[in-house]
Design a binder for this molecule. Structure first.
Ligand SMILES: NC(=O)c1ccc[n+]([C@@H]2O[C@H](COP(=O)([O-])OP(=O)(O)OC[C@H]3O[C@@H](n4cnc5c(N)ncnc54)[C@H](OP(=O)(O)O)[C@@H]3O)[C@@H](O)[C@H]2O)c1
Length: 311
């Protein structure tokens, strides 16, 4: 496989709808950074945005801020979700009607170097960034399939820090002997592996939905607040050349609105920091390891205690 990135041309990037009126979009982590900006852009296009977020006050303020800039009648609604707790994820679909549909799910929420474990004792970065989103996606699959929907997972170029051996575990406990950047890399590689495994299952069943993953660029957000001193110093050096938040939202917005979403199926995209623009790229050898993606699928089912058939 060639590792050469393919730039999405300006002409191709224009092949998207500007009118998202009536589309139902669920965005995790929409109270800050890339997720908030993605919500704002899609709401301006008329989409109904469901804020899958954990902090009611922050969500209320975010919704008020976005509402103030709108001239359309988009629905902006809070649907509580804490990815740190699988019970909260399990309850989430019941916040929608049985026959409701979701056009786009954007698995955007993420933490960088947080330590500790989730409510169920899973290593925290893996639990929030990946496992919670795995369960959320699979539990929302009926809603997504009703709309031939899109599943967009905000991963990271940081997936290149993942190491193969950590996919054999441990997944429980704080994993204090592994550097947080390696744990972050594992969680972000897991999102890409999941996207590919999910798309294979969808394809076997008539490709009813399209799943894609992305790196939003190195974006000036608060996610780096949890970095240690040395990592923070490195980010401070990069800060002037990092992309601003509206640019950071571009790839998510493009994948949510592009024509022919099936062409994104199973693929990984990224936003270039030096040569600005959206690119399609294979990602590392590890995230293209099909056997590993199938292993991860089984492990994820075991960790959440449920098996999922994509019908
Ligand atoms: N910034 C970058 O350079 C960069 C680069 C590559 C990839 N990414 C990825 O882009 C995504 C967005 O990052 P960002 O930079 O915009 O970060 P951010 O500004 O720190 O925003 C993170 C969002 O995730 C939410 N979140 C954290 N823990 C959560 C939990 N347990 N349950 C529900 N929501 C939770 C936060 O909610 P609260 O407001 O409640 O805290 C916040 O809305 C992440 O997946 C990140 O890994 C970012």
């Amino acid at each position: 496989m060639s590792d050469k990135p393919i730039r999405i041309s300006r002409e191709a990037a224009r092949r998207h709808t500007e009118d998202m009126t009536g589309k139902n979009i669920v965005i995790t982590g929409a109270t800050a950074g890339v997720g908030k900006e993605t919500a704002k852009s899609l709401a301006k296009m008329g989409a109904n945005i469901y804020f899958a977020t954990r902090n009611p006050d922050k969500t209320r303020d975010t919704i008020a801020e976005i509402r103030a800039g709108l001239t359309n009648g988009s629905v902006l609604e809070h649907k509580p979700l804490d990815l740190n707790d699988l019970d909260s994820v399990r309850q989430f679909p019941s916040l929608f009607g049985d026959n409701d549909h979701i056009d786009v799910l954007i698995n955007n929420a993420g933490v960088a170097h947080e330590t500790g474990v989730t409510k169920q004792g899973i290593e925290r970065i893996f639990g929030i960034n990946y496992l919670g989103h795995f369960l959320l996606t699979m539990r929302l699959m009926p809603h997504l399939q009703r709309a031939k929907g899109r599943i967009i997972s905000v991963s990271s170029m940081g997936h290149s820090s993942a190491r193969r051996e950590h996919f054999d575990g441990p997944f429980h406990g704080p994993c204090e002997n592994i550097h947080p950047q390696v744990l972050y890399g594992r969680s972000k590689a897991a999102q890409i592996l999941f996207t590919k495994a999910l798309q294979r299952r969808l394809d076997q069943n008539g490709r009813s939905c399209a799943a894609a993953s992305l790196h939003p660029g190195a974006v000036r957000t608060r996610i780096f607040d949890t970095y240690g001193v040395v990592s923070k110093a490195f980010i401070l050096m990069l800060w002037p050349i990092m992309v601003d938040v509206p640019e950071g939202a571009r790839t998510s917005v493009y994948l949510a609105t592009r024509d022919r979403p099936e062409e994104s199926g199973g693929k990984y995209f990224y936003y270039g920091m030096f040569r600005k623009g959206i690119y399609e790229k294979p990602g590392t050898a590890l995230v293209n390891d099909e056997a590993l993606s199938e292993q991860l699928w089984k492990q994820s089912e075991e960790l959440v205690g449920e098996e999922f058939a994509v019908g």
